[in-house]
Design a protein around this ligand. Structure first.
Ligand SMILES: [Fe+2]
Length: 261
C-alpha cells in the first residue's frame, strides 16, 4: 500500500502578505457595493418616465366588512340606507384607487387638475369608509355597560375632570357638526383625548388623532327616524355604545403611546 502524502500549504504570513490580502478583500467588497449601487440606480431609473415622474402601482380593491346593526333605535330602512352608503363608498374607493394610479401627474395645478380632484376624493372616501366602520363597530350594543375601572372611563374622566364633563363636551361637539361626525380620539401631539366635530367627511379632521368613539351626525343617520331632533338620535346612540370596543381602542392607544414616547 502506497502512503499518500498531503500537501500542506505554508500559512505563515508576513505583514506584507496580510496587507496585500486585506487590500484585495477591500477591493472585492467595494466592487460588490458598486455593482449593487448600479443595479439599484438601474431599478430606480426604470421607474422614471422621460418627464421625471415616478410611477408606482397604487391600485387596490376595497373590501367592505359586515356589521350587525342590532339596535331598536333605528328603523330597518334607516339601517339599510347606512348599508347602501357604506357599500357605495367601498365601491368608489376601488374606482378612485385606479384613477389615482392612472391620473396625469405632470400637468397638475392647485387651481384645477384631474390629479388634484382625485386625490381630494380619495381622502374624502377613505374617511367616509373608516368613519362608518368605526361607528358601526362602536354603537348598537343593546347590553351596553361601562364600569369605572375601564381605562376608557378613567382616561376620559382624567382629561375632562369628570366623566360627565367629557360626555357634555362630546354631545356639544356632536350637535355642532354640520352633516358630519363627532369623534373622540387621542391626539398624539396634545398627548390627551379630545372631542372634535367634523363637517362632511374631511373638514375638521385633526392631524394625529386616533379615534376611539365615533358617531354619525349626517342627516341620513337621523332624519328618517327622528326628523330634526338630533339630540334624541344622539342620546339613543349613546345608550348603546359598545364600551368593550372603545376599551380595546383605548388599550391600543396606550400601546401606541409607548411607541411614540
Ligand atoms: Fe353615514
Amino acid at each position: 500500500m502506497t502512503e499518500r502524502k498531503l500537501h500542506v500549504p505554508n500559512f505563515e504570513l508576513g505583514d506584507d502578505d496580510i496587507d496585500a490580502i486585506a487590500k484585495s478583500a477591500v477591493k472585492d467588497i467595494a466592487k460588490d457595493l458598486r455593482a449593487l449601487q448600479e443595479q439599484a440606480q438601474a431599478d430606480f431609473d426604470g421607474m422614471i418616465l422621460e418627464t421625471g415622474v415616478i410611477t408606482l402601482d397604487e391600485a387596490y380593491v376595497a373590501q367592505r366588512k359586515n356589521y350587525a346593526m342590532t339596535t331598536s333605535y333605528l328603523s330597518e330602512p334607516a339601517k339599510k340606507h347606512h348599508e347602501q352608503l357604506y357599500q357605495g363608498y367601498a365601491e368608489l374607493l376601488t374606482r378612485i384607487s385606479a384613477e389615482v394610479d392612472a391620473a396625469d401627474k405632470v400637468n397638475v395645478s392647485s387651481a384645477h387638475s384631474p390629479y388634484r380632484s382625485v386625490k381630494k376624493d380619495e381622502v374624502y372616501d377613505l374617511n367616509a369608509t373608516y368613519l362608518h366602520e368605526l361607528f358601526f363597530a362602536n354603537c348598537f350594543d343593546p347590553n351596553s355597560e361601562l364600569f369605572q375601572d375601564f381605562y376608557a372611563y378613567m382616561h376620559l374622566a382624567r382629561d375632562w375632570g369628570t366623566f360627565d364633563a367629557w360626555m357634555a363636551d362630546f354631545m356639544a361637539c356632536a350637535l355642532s357638526s354640520r352633516s358630519g361626525w363627532v369623534i373622540c380620539g387621542y391626539s398624539l401631539y396634545l398627548k390627551r383625548f379630545i372631542n372634535v366635530c367634523v363637517d362632511g367627511h374631511d373638514q375638521g379632521v385633526l392631524v394625529g388623532l386616533v379615534p376611539i368613539l365615533v358617531i354619525d351626525m349626517w342627516e341620513h343617520a337621523y332624519v328618517r327616524d327622528y326628523a330634526a331632533d338630533k339630540k334624541s338620535y344622539l342620546t339613543a346612540m349613546m345608550r348603546e355604545i359598545d364600551w368593550e370596543v372603545v376599551e380595546d381602542r383605548v388599550k391600543r392607544v396606550d400601546a401606541l403611546k409607548g411607541v411614540m414616547g
